[in-house]
Design a protein around this ligand. Structure first.
Ligand SMILES: CC(C)(COP(=O)(O)OP(=O)(O)OC[C@H]1O[C@@H](n2cnc3c(N)ncnc32)[C@H](O)[C@@H]1OP(=O)(O)O)[C@@H](O)C(=O)NCCC(=O)NCCS
Length: 245
C-alpha cells in the first residue's frame, strides 16, 4: 500500500480548552435567532480562533448527533486557515461606525465551512485531531505530479443555522473554497466530502458524485477504512468526490 494511502487516525489531545464554550452574547438569544428567518444580510469571512465558540454553537445546533470538540475546529483553523470561513451578519454602516476602535469580535455566527487537504481517500474520522496536513509538493520535487495525485481537498463540514438557509449563502461560500479566485481546492486534482442528512442532491449540483465503495472494494486498499469511517457519520452518510478540473 502506498504510504499516502495509509489513513492515520491521530488521537492527539491539544491544549485547547474543552467544551463547553457558551455562545455569545447569550445562548438563549442566539437560539431564538435560529428559529426565525434572517432579516439582515450576511457575509463570509475568514474564520479565526476567536470564532471557535460561535462555530461550536452552530455545530451543536445543526449536528446534535455528530458532535465535535472545540479543539477539532481550532486545529483546522490553525492548520489550514484558507479553508475555514464563517458566515456572519453584515453590519450596517451605522453599526460599523459605532464599533470603530472597539472590539471587532463577532457576536453571532450563522454558518461555517471547514475544509482542508487530506491524503487521497482518507477523510478524517469524526471528532479527531489530525496533527498535520499533507504538504503540496514544490516545483523542485522530482515526483511532484505523482505526489499531488495522492492528495485531495476535503470539505469537512458546511453548516448553516436554519434561519440563514435557502438564501444562496451556502452555495456562495462553498464556491469560494471550490472554484472562486484563489480557491484552495484548485491546488488539488479532486475534492471529497461525506454527505449526510440526504444532502447528496445539493452536492451533486456542485459537481460531486457519489462513490460506489462496494464496486471499488476489490482493488483498492483504502476502502475498508473509508467504509468504517462513514459509519460514524450515520446510516445516510455518502462519500462524494468532485473533479476539480
Ligand atoms: C445543506 C445546506 C448547507 C444548504 O444550505 P442552503 O442555504 O439551503 O443552500 P443555498 O441556499 O446556498 O442553496 C443553493 C442551491 O441548492 C439547493 N439546495 C439546498 N439544499 C438542498 C438539498 N438538501 N438538496 C437539494 N438541493 C438543495 C437550493 O435550493 C439552491 O438551489 P437554487 O440555486 O436553484 O435556488 C444547509 O441546508 C445546512 O446547513 N444543512 C444542515 C447541515 C448540512 O446538512 N450540511 C451538509 C453536510 S454534508
Amino acid at each position: 500500500m502506498p504510504a499516502s494511502h495509509v489513513c492515520h487516525n491521530a488521537d492527539l489531545k491539544s491544549a485547547w480548552p474543552a467544551r463547553p464554550f457558551h455562545v455569545l452574547p447569550a445562548q438563549g438569544r442566539y437560539k431564538a435567532s435560529m428559529s426565525t428567518s434572517l432579516t439582515v444580510d450576511a457575509i463570509w469571512r475568514p474564520m479565526t480562533l476567536e470564532d471557535v465558540p460561535l462555530v461550536v454553537a452552530i455545530a451543536d445546533a445543526v449536528h446534535p448527533d455528530l458532535p465535535e470538540d472545540a479543539a477539532v475546529f481550532a486545529e483546522r483553523i490553525r492548520l489550514f486557515p484558507a479553508g475555514c470561513h464563517i458566515l456572519v451578519p453584515q453590519k450596517s454602516r451605522e453599526q460599523r461606525q459605532a464599533s470603530d476602535n472597539k472590539s471587532q469580535a463577532t457576536t453571532a455566527g450563522l454558518g461555517y465551512i471547514i475544509s482542508h487537504p487530506i491524503p487521497k481517500n482518507c477523510p478524517p474520522s469524526l471528532n479527531t485531531l489530525l496533527g498535520t496536513l499533507p504538504l503540496l509538493p514544490t516545483a523542485n520535487d522530482n515526483n511532484a505530479e505523482q505526489q499531488q495525485q495522492q492528495q485531495q481537498y476535503y470539505v469537512h463540514d458546511l453548516a448553516l443555522v436554519a434561519a440563514a438557509r435557502g438564501r444562496g449563502f451556502a452555495a456562495k461560500g462553498i464556491a469560494g473554497v471550490l472554484h472562486g479566485p484563489d480557491a484552495p481546492a484548485l491546488q488539488y486534482p479532486m475534492t471529497s466530502l461525506v454527505s449526510v442528512y440526504g444532502t447528496a442532491p445539493f452536492w451533486r449540483r456542485l459537481g460531486f458524485e457519489e462513490q460506489d465503495l462496494r464496486a471499488q472494494s476489490r482493488d483498492t486498499d483504502h476502502v475498508p477504512a473509508l467504509v468504517a469511517k462513514l459509519r460514524d457519520y450515520g446510516k445516510d452518510a455518502v462519500y462524494m468526490v468532485r473533479q476539480n478540473s
